[in-house]
Ligand binder design. Sequence first.
Ligand SMILES: [Zn+2]
Ligand SMILES: [Zn+2]
Length: 286
Amino acid sequence: MMRIEFLGTAGATTTPRPGCQCRVCVQARQRGVPYSRSGPGIFVHGPDVLIDTSEDIIQQLNRAGITRVAAGLYSHWHPDHTMGRRVWELLNVDFRHWPPTGGTTDVYLPEQVAADFGRWLGLQAHFDFLSQQGYTRVHTIPDGETITLGEVCIRPFRLAASYVYAFIFEERGRRVLIAPDELVGWEPPEFTRGVDLAILPMGVVEHDPLSGGRRIPADHPVLEIEATFAQTLAMLEAIAPERAILTHIEEQDGYSHDDLVEIAAALRAQGRQVEFAYDTLSVDVG
Ligand SMILES: [Zn+2]
Ligand SMILES: [Zn+2]
């Protein structure tokens, strides 16, 4: 069985966002989960794979009570998905014993992610350091190849924004699609059809799903570089999963957890089965 745990369900902007006094952030500060959202991160129990490491990852692993991370996987180089990379040191460090008894974690980078780590944010330099210290072993997954961890086959594949990867996790015929971010321009390929669970980023909300009112100016450049919520729903229609959960929910979109519950109910009334993730949500597949 695979258990997918949402460690963090924010996008690039967490809820609360430092300094922000909007109603969503104020509520999140007062009430915590499910109103607060930390940086994007997903853990797949079973193969015990961690996907992406936001700057909140250390607290997320502690909160989840996760004691074993067998491997790490990165979807793309963007800072909201990578800036917590020191977690590999904290998981494995041991400076009390000699020789040290700490472990080494396998970290897998899809082909383009490995190339981008060489170009952005000092990522490769830091991973070289982590590997020299014995905390990580970094592997590149060439495009078209899969990796197998335990009973689970993991297939990375590029999205339309070709520096970003999504993953199919497959175990005994049960399939989970995990796309952490950046769906702009994507047309779901045939092999994603009918997955048991699809996890997609929510997209930016151009029009309010309840009132239809415009929330982002029509000429705003963000609409060129991000998929919208409506486009994401159309992708889900093409995938036709058994269950769909949306994550990577931006504080900037201005919806509280309660708002999203209401939106999901309204969509359900139209025959669209969509759920919104919240931090700590766990879902079993298989
Ligand atoms: Zn992101
Ligand atoms: Zn706010």
